[in-house]
Design a protein around this ligand. Structure first.
Ligand code: NAD
Length: 337
């Protein structure tokens, strides 16, 4: 039976990288029935909103989505579609792997980190107000329930993916109540996973250690704001946003999407790198239980990048988006023997 997947190409460079990613995914031979859904700035005129109800309905029904980037218009009155999707579907866990890909310029070798970022609480709740006219206050929300589900997610992920260690990232020495609660909850959850090593790091020290000794770390679980910062740091360790995949996962729905945005200045030029979306599709295939296909697609992507010929400008080549997608698809078929 085919897996039914909601496909949201998005806007800007989204449709181009999605077309390339679909060619690469389809080469694995996994049967996928794509439900193509429109969202983003291009559809506002027709639907009156960048996030038509049909998109949410489709995601609720299919439970799995692959998504391209969507532009957040400045000052138009519409909030970010990306944030709206995460809120409407309670996609509480943001998964951001950072893996060395030979051929991608970076300062390190052999990095294999995963950041699990809480997606709904913390200073990101956006509860802010002015105190008089010369001061402003932002409220940091951390709950035991929110901390527990993200820590449990991190440990379950570690166990499922054969990872050895989870590190909780916090600033509990200063924010004794909020980050203290996160750390206390992480310790409680860790006690239920004796097979996985657990440790914690204060966020500033964590950043220094990641730059100096990234090989010591494995899965990092973070409250929202630290996760935002630390996950970009980790993307930087392996060569930047062009190769950084991600997923936003809830109890019901999992939505896989690259970390980068819609890069409007490159839209329609068949120029940008489809790798981050293709690696997001690798995560999606694993989520669907198609592990062999996922491994093959990952290996094919690494092989094409390592060979250095059919790669986009940011990787030092001159291939177009679709040509790189097709090269990865061809390698996927070769690897199947
Ligand atoms: P961006 O990631 O779109 O682009 C920044 C720069 O990164 C680009 O100019 C380009 O040089 C490079 N880049 C990005 N993706 C690339 C790729 N696949 N291949 C090669 N180079 C690539 O960031 P931005 O300019 O800050 O944001 C543009 C829009 O995207 C904004 O409206 C923003 O809100 C939105 N955005 C959406 C998402 C999402 O949909 N999840 C995420 C981030 C930003």
């Amino acid at each position: 039976m085919a897996h039914v997947v909601t496909c949201i190409p998005g806007d800007g460079i989204g449709p181009e990288i999605m077309a390339a990613a679909k060619v690469a995914v389809e080469a694995t031979g996994v049967a996928i029935e794509w439900r193509d859904m429109e969202a983003g700035t291009d559809v506002v005129e027709r639907y009156g909103t960048p996030l038509p109800d049909a998109v949410l309905a489709s995601l609720r029904e299919t439970k799995v989505g692959l998504k391209g980037p969507i532009t957040t218009p400045v000052g138009s009155g519409f909030r970010s579609v990306n944030v709206a999707l995460r809120k409407a579907l309670d996609l509480y866990a943001n998964l951001r792997p950072a893996v060395t890909i030979p051929g991608v310029r970076s300062r390190y070798e052999d990095i294999d980190l995963v950041v699990v970022r809480e997606n709904t609480e913390d200073l990101y709740a956006g509860i802010e107000h002015m105190v008089g006219k010369d001061a402003a206050e932002s409220i940091k929300i951390i709950t035991r329930a929110g901390s527990e589900r993200i820590c449990r997610f991190a440990f379950e992920y570690a166990r499922r993916e054969g990872r050895r260690k989870v590190t909780a990232v916090h600033k509990a020495n200063i924010m004794k109540l909020t980050d203290g609660l996160f750390l206390e909850t992480a310790r409680d959850v860790a006690a239920g996973y004796p097979d996985i090593e657990f440790e914690d790091r204060i966020v500033d020290n964590m950043c220094m250690q990641l730059v100096q000794k990234p090989e010591l770390y494995d899965v990092l679980v973070c409250p929202n704001l630290y996760g935002d910062i630390v996950s970009d740091l980790c993307a930087g360790l392996v060569g930047g946003l062009g190769v950084a995949p991600g997923a936003n996962i809830g109890v019901e729905v999992a939505l896989f999407e690259p970390v980068h945005g819609s890069a409007p200045k490159y839209a329609g030029q068949d120029k940008v790198n489809p790798t981050a979306l293709i690696l997001s599709a690798v995560l999606m295939l694993r989520h669907l239980g198609e592990r062999e296909a996922a491994d093959r697609l990952f290996q094919a992507t690494k092989d094409v990048i390592g060979a250095g010929k059919m790669v986009t400008y940011d990787l030092g080549g001159s291939a177009g988006t679709m040509a790189m997608g097709r090269a990865i698809a061809a390698r996927v078929r070769e690897l199947a023997g």
